[in-house]
Design a protein around this ligand. Structure first.
Ligand SMILES: N[C@@H](CCC(=O)N[C@@H](CS)C(=O)NCC(=O)O)C(=O)O
Length: 228
């Protein structure tokens, strides 16, 4: 059975969605990053990046949500682009766009908006601008195509869904959906899928620490300790 190391953050949630869509049996193992579970030696030996998610599937250990989506889709032959160079090129491009743009810029925008100490104006302005710019590109894509790759629901939509749930928190703008209506349409459609409801219900399996106290900050923002 697949072991799925997770928290309730956006990157693990995309993987929970795909596991549920595929109806693959899996054991969900909590990694409470606020408590520092990501540095436990057993977990650190699996995930070189000390982040979540990670899966163990027999001999295969896969870390990084985007790698896991591709690995599981290729393993099962489901939720992939058509097997043509053009369609595969589009799929890889959008997957990497989410992996290197949507995820990191949204994550840093959250950090600077909600957690970073002052002064942070310049960093927040930069990351918020880049996060919104990337979401605008997804919105334009979804204005022209029902799903990210056209007519079929694929792992790229799941990749987008993980972070789309967080867009108001990322942008700090309660009216953001008026600017990104096509992203909201995809978010609502995917969230209504039975698999997404089961994925979301993963939050009831384990209790995660919710306080961002000093110990949690030391575990998640390790540069603070280094800066003294
Ligand atoms: N590129 C990685 C990023 C993983 C990542 O940043 N995970 C976050 C949760 S969404 C995490 O583990 N945060 C806890 C920490 O930074 O200690 C992926 O997509 O899996």
């Amino acid at each position: 059975m697949i072991k799925f190391y997770y928290s309730l953050a956006p990157n693990p949630m995309k993987v929970a969605l795909l596991l549920e869509e595929l109806a693959l049996p899996y054991e969900a193992i909590p990694v409470d990053t606020r408590k520092g579970d990501q540095f436990a030696p057993d977990y650190a030996a699996l995930n070189h990046n000390n982040k979540v998610p990670c899966i163990v599937d027999g001999e295969a250990v896969v870390f990084d949500s985007n790698a896991i989506l591709l690995y599981l889709a290729e393993k099962t032959g489901k939720f992939l682009a058509a097997d043509t160079p053009a369609a595969r090129g589009e799929m890889l491009s959008w997957l990497m766009f989410v992996a290197t743009g949507i995820g990191p810029y949204s994550g840093q925008a959250v950090h600077f908006r909600h957690f970073a100490p002052e002064p942070k104006d310049y960093a927040l302005t930069r990351y918020a601008f880049e996060a919104e710019r990337h979401w605008g590109i997804i919105n334009e894509r979804l204005a022209k195509h029902h799903y990210m790759l056209g007519d079929d629901y694929t792992i790229v939509d799941m990749d987008v869904w993980g972070w789309a749930r967080m867009v108001p928190f990322v942008t700090g703008d309660d009216n953001i959906w008026s600017k990104l209506p096509h992203v909201k349409r995809l978010l609502d459609e995917v969230s209504a899928r039975p698999a997404a409801m089961r994925a979301t219900a993963i939050k009831d399996r384990h209790t995660f620490k919710t306080e961002m106290d000093e110990a949690a900050r030391q575990n998640m923002f390790r540069h603070l300790a280094k800066a003294g």
